[in-house]
Design a protein around this ligand. Structure first.
Ligand code: EPZ
Length: 418
């Protein structure tokens, strides 16, 4: 049984909505609650497939989980397992950050290679090399990766690439290490800062998140956590682009504007007017957007997760836009679907060229990955007629109540089970 979005496009979006908690901050912080063997409370965790999967892994490991509304209570006192189930690893590759937390807690973890996914091969070589630098023995047996250590020893680690997941895994694995760990060329995303803040709230001694040098001083133990997750900057960008492509206006609440400055600058270049208040963004868009160029880069550069989102918006901008995707090797699949809706796009390796058209038209399309799927929703909001988007399970992985939020802005969008 697959779910579809049914969207009648062509309506201007206008009104007020809010941003939910960050998926990509929640996942490592849920993993971090394994560290203290205590009672932890997390607030503003989005109720989406990926956070549910992460919580299921913690239950499989022995944690007790209670959820009411936005609050999650995680009792990590009894961990009786050190294996991340293969089915869950395959289902969600970001579960690899459980490894760092389990190693810190019990100095042993077993998992299978996380499946590649639709945007690229997603290797974990930087994670494994970093674990080995911390004195962890890593071996492969029957398709399993088994990591064990007598003791985890702090060390200097230089990442070849500022990998978000590898940076998070090092922070988690080294929190109880003997001595100090330094990460050079660390990822600088806001989700890394949120993880540092959560770990320090438990009593860890970490500095430097948000820069490319992070220092983790090992401590003996950590206390219970009570923590409020930051808003989801990628959902914020998605709602802004959904408004802009319809020539609408939006007051977006519970957002941290400085987390998406690169997108806000692009939207202004495209002719939108943007007003920033403390936790609010007000966007008014022109009848016709202007084309712009995008180059995705590690934070604070333009985020790869917004490449397809802005790409969809540019399909009806005036002029030609050039996109260069520098982070993942296969993140243009959404463009094939958009051409079915009348978009004009060509792909040459890591570069896509989008020639703006006047309007898109309805079609039957299918999501191929999370952010590619969200780009189809944005395109459908502009398209004349009724668009069906299949495989929306991809989209539901990362967006909480997306259809409800868009309906509150006047969009005609519903979910159909077929
Ligand atoms: C995180 O993935 C995010 N996911 C991704 O968001 C995001 O696109 C990505 O960071 C980049 O910002 C979560 O936080 C759960 P990386 P991650 O390690 O950690 C290569 C979404 O839509 N690499 O920074 O997997 C890798 O192949 C998701 O919410 C290695 O070569 O990203 C890629 O080309 C999609 N070896 C690049 O680095 C490694 O060991 C960036 O990967 C690890 C990564």
């Amino acid at each position: 049984m697959s779910k579809k979005y049914v969207i009648e496009g062509g309506k201007r979006l206008e009104g007020t909505t809010y941003v939910s908690g960050s998926k990509n901050a929640s996942l490592p912080i849920i993993a971090a609650t394994l560290l203290n063997g205590g009672m932890n409370k997390l607030y503003n965790v989005p109720n989406i497939h990926d956070t549910k999967m992460m919580l299921k892994i913690l239950e499989d490991l022995g944690c007790k989980i209670k959820r009411n509304n936005g609050k999650i209570i995680i009792d990590s006192r009894n961990i009786h397992n050190h294996e991340i189930p293969e089915s869950l690893m395959r289902e969600m590759r970001s579960s690899v950050i459980i490894a760092g937390a389990l190693l810190a807690r019990n100095k042993k973890v077993m998992f299978t290679y996380p499946g590649g996914c639709d945007i690229g091969s997603r290797p974990i070589d930087l994670h494994i090399k970093s674990f080995e630098k911390l004195g962890i023995h890593v071996k492969e047996e029957f398709g399993y990766i088994i990591c064990e250590a007598e003791e985890i020893i702090g060390n200097d680690i230089h990442l070849d690439f500022p990998s978000v997941g590898a940076t998070e895994n090092i922070m988690l694995a080294s929190v109880f290490a003997k001595g100090t760990t330094k990460i050079n060329n660390a990822a600088m995303e806001p989700e890394i800062i949120d993880l540092q803040n959560a770990l320090n709230a438990m009593g860890a001694k970490i500095n430097g998140a948000g820069t490319n040098n992070i220092i983790i001083k090992g401590v003996e133990k950590l206390k219970d956590l009570s923590y409020n997750i930051i808003p989801d900057r990628i959902e914020a960008g998605t709602l802004l682009c959904a408004t802009a492509i319809t020539g609408g206006n939006i007051k977006l609440q519970k957002v941290i504007p400085e987390h998406i400055m690169t997108l806000l600058n692009k939207l202004e270049e495209m002719g939108c007017t943007i007003q920033i208040n403390k936790n609010e963004i007000i966007l008014n868009s022109p009848k016709k957007l202007k084309a712009v160029d995008i180059k995705t880069l590690p934070y604070p550069g333009f985020p790869t997760d917004l490449q397809s989102i802005l790409g969809a918006t540019l399909t009806v901008a005036k002029g030609t836009s050039i996109i260069v995707e520098n982070i993942f090797e296969n993140r243009y699949k959404y463009l094939n679907e958009l051409t079915k809706m009348g978009a004009k796009a060509t792909i040459e390796g890591r570069t896509a060229v989008i020639k703006g058209v006047r309007k898109l038209s309805k079609a039957n399309v299918r999501a191929t990955d999370l952010r590619g799927g969200a780009s189809l929703v944005i395109a459908a909001l502009n398209a004349r007629g009724r668009t069906y988007i299949d495989n929306i399970e991809y989209i539901l992985r990362g967006y909480e109540n997306l259809d409800k939020k868009l309906r509150s802005l006047g969009a005609n969008i519903n979910i159909e089970e077929r």
